[in-house]
Write a protein that binds this ligand. Structure first.
Ligand SMILES: [Zn+2]
Ligand SMILES: [Zn+2]
Length: 234
């Protein structure tokens, strides 16, 4: 079958040469993995490629409510396309490709995670939006980030209390207003005293992460580590 219908790269359709691959080596080479030096809090890339992680100017002025945010790759092609397909077309066939892209990071994350103390929380969607979209991309991505999550993955501990326009349609100040008090923790006991790994698809300005973090911290969470597949540059 492989000879008649060879496996093709999910992104560029070229014939795959290595077994188990979903994305070809050329496409993977285009993926920009975020590497130190990064902001030790918000995960921002520094233009200078030497040195160690340190706080960026934004975080020095005002420290975010979360402890740390980290994206795996820069938000650009081909990953931006995969995430867009997943989010807006409910195309779950992108998941194996995304899993291959974040695979190098999954191992490091597993080292960091202590299932006895830590919990995983995907950023929730408003129920009506979830129904319309058919999936919550953050939950699916959380399962890729933590394949052995088990009960540590909390699927309904935090909820979106009102429907809000997609953040992509707004800018800075409007983003913050849009999401203010949009999240509530439904089961505080599940997060109390826990370090939370908060999972989302893309980190843009950090407003979504901050608003979720505020709700979780108010409910007694011990700390927030934001993990996203991609981070918008700048
Ligand atoms: Zn390719
Ligand atoms: Zn920063």
């Amino acid at each position: 079958m492989e000879l008649i219908y060879p496996s093709r790269c999910y992104c560029c359709q070229s014939v795959l040469t290595r077994k188990g691959q979903v994305v070809c080596t050329d496409c993977l080479a285009k993926v920009h993995y975020l590497q130190s030096p990064l902001c030790s809090c918000c995960g921002r890339e520094f233009p200078d490629s030497s040195g160690t992680d340190h706080l960026c100017g934004f975080c020095l002025r005002q420290l975010p409510v979360y402890d740390r945010a980290q994206g795996v790759v820069r938000y650009e092609e081909p990953v931006s396309h995969l995430l867009h397909r997943l989010k807006y077309a409910a195309d779950t066939s992108t998941l194996p490709a995304l899993a291959q892209v974040i695979e190098p990071f999954v191992h490091d994350l597993a080292q960091e995670f202590q299932s006895a103390h830590d919990r995983i929380v995907p950023v929730p969607l408003f129920p009506a939006r979830l129904k319309k979209r058919g999936l919550n991309q953050s939950l699916l991505l959380a399962r890729i980030f933590f394949p052995k999550a088990g009960d540590a993955l909390l699927v309904d501990s935090i909820v979106r209390t009102r429907d809000t326009p997609p953040q992509t349609t707004l800018d800075g100040d409007a983003r913050r207003k849009n999401l203010r008090s949009a999240f509530a923790v439904r089961h505080p006991a599940a997060v109390q005293g826990r370090r939370i790994f908060l999972i989302d698809d893309v980190f843009t300005t950090g407003t979504t992460a901050s608003e979720c973090a505020k709700a979780l911290l108010a409910a007694g969470a011990a700390g927030i580590y934001v993990v996203t597949v991609a981070r918008v540059a700048g």
